[in-house]
Design a protein around this ligand. Sequence first.
Ligand code: ATP
Ligand code: MG
Length: 292
Amino acid sequence: MHPVPSPYLVPFDGSFRIGAAPTAPPDDTPKDKVLEKRLEDLNEELADLQRVLYAHDRYAVLLVFQAMDAAGKDGTIRKVLRGVNPAGCQVFSFKQPSKEELDHDFLWRVAQRLPERGRIGVFNRSHYEEVLVVRVHPEYLDGQRLPVADAGSEAFWNRRLNAIGDWERHLADTGTVVLKFFLNVSKEEQRQRFLARLDEPEKNWKFSVGDVKERGHWDAYMAAYEAALAATSRPWAPWYSIPADDKDYMRLTVAGIVSDTLKSLPLAYPPVADADRARFAEMRTLLENQAE
Ligand code: ATP
Ligand code: MG
């Protein structure tokens, strides 16, 4: 698979710099109403593409979403996939690992949630938490009971990033199309959204004291994101760093990349064999003769 072109495609040579990645849309971005209309068209397109994906039965699609809190992962997943047959997609949200999950290697829980052929799987957070939140809070490694002496060192994180890269290569080789989205919200926009969660009663439930505390580690998170995206954006599992300060622009951009990627696959409805087609005629006659 060749990743579809996009100004937000993270380069494959490790040169990604998070400080240079935009959080705001370009100045000439159309009004929200126009973006919403375009998104609706893409929703229909995606629904059609998923139907062929299913019938073709050769590829699975995995969409990975990572972001700081309040960047809009949930809303993006909801609005990009609205319209797709619910039977054709599956969404998993990865939280803090359970005792059982901690008793396995870190890819175990994600491997179990991979989409099957013909389906679109969505990871709301993912195995990348293992090189993001865990890198920012290396004390989480204690719970993983790793038998290595250098846990938490630079070399350790590089091995972990390599393990992720190798695993994604394996997924791509076996028919899973992996697309990864970093919803890049600015620190100021996050502050505004947290304030809105405090101010608006129907948003109160989304407010979390923990999120405000995590914000204190902003720079460490940005360093971890930069290292992760630079190390693991590859032609077979590209990262896209999407400006997230405008939700409509972000959703439309994600939907466009997913749709263009599906269109770039050699998807087709399976052909009917000549022998089967001959039987179609027989069956048609049989059914027609059964008219009451
Ligand atoms: P929302 O707040 O919109 O419901 P969320 O994805 O932030 O969505 P939360 O339940 O608030 O969901 O947070 C999940 C938490 O689990 C995050 O802080 C995340 O960093 C943490 N987490 C996920 N995977 C791991 C992991 N492998 N190790 C440690 N913490 C993890
Ligand atoms: Mg949260």
